[in-house]
Design a protein around this ligand. Structure first.
Ligand code: ZN
Ligand code: ZN
Ligand code: ZN
Length: 92
C-alpha cells in the first residue's frame, strides 16, 4: 500500500451531481444497489462492492479510472483502486 496517492492528476470531478440518479448500469438493467460511488475522472455513478452489480469497481476495471468517491449523503471519502488508499479530497 502506498502512503500517498499518485493519481490525483486524474481527478477531474469533485462534486456529486444533484440529484444523484443512481447507478447507471443498474438503472439500465433494472437492478438495485446498496451504496453509490462516483468516478472522480469522468463522473460515472456506479454501485459499491456490497451491491450485486459492483459497477463502480467494474467501471475501474473497464476504464482504468483510478479514484472513486462515496456518493452517499454526508460521506466525503475517496478511494484509490491502484493504491488501495482511502483519503479525503477537498476542492481548493
Ligand atoms: Zn492513487
Ligand atoms: Zn450498479
Ligand atoms: Zn470514470
Amino acid at each position: 500500500m502506498a502512503a500517498e496517492c499518485t493519481h490525483l492528476d486524474q481527478v477531474q470531478v469533485m462534486e456529486l451531481p444533484d440529484p444523484v440518479e443512481g447507478c447507471e448500469e443498474c438503472l439500465a438493467q433494472g437492478m438495485s444497489w446498496v451504496h453509490l460511488r462516483m468516478c472522480q475522472t469522468c463522473g460515472h455513478i456506479g454501485c459499491c462492492d456490497n451491491s450485486v452489480g459492483k459497477h463502480a469497481t467494474a467501471h475501474n476495471h473497464e476504464t482504468g479510472h483510478p479514484i472513486i468517491r462515496s456518493a452517499e449523503p454526508g460521506e466525503t471519502w475517496s478511494w484509490c483502486y491502484p493504491d488501495e488508499l482511502m483519503m479525503e479530497l477537498r476542492a481548493e
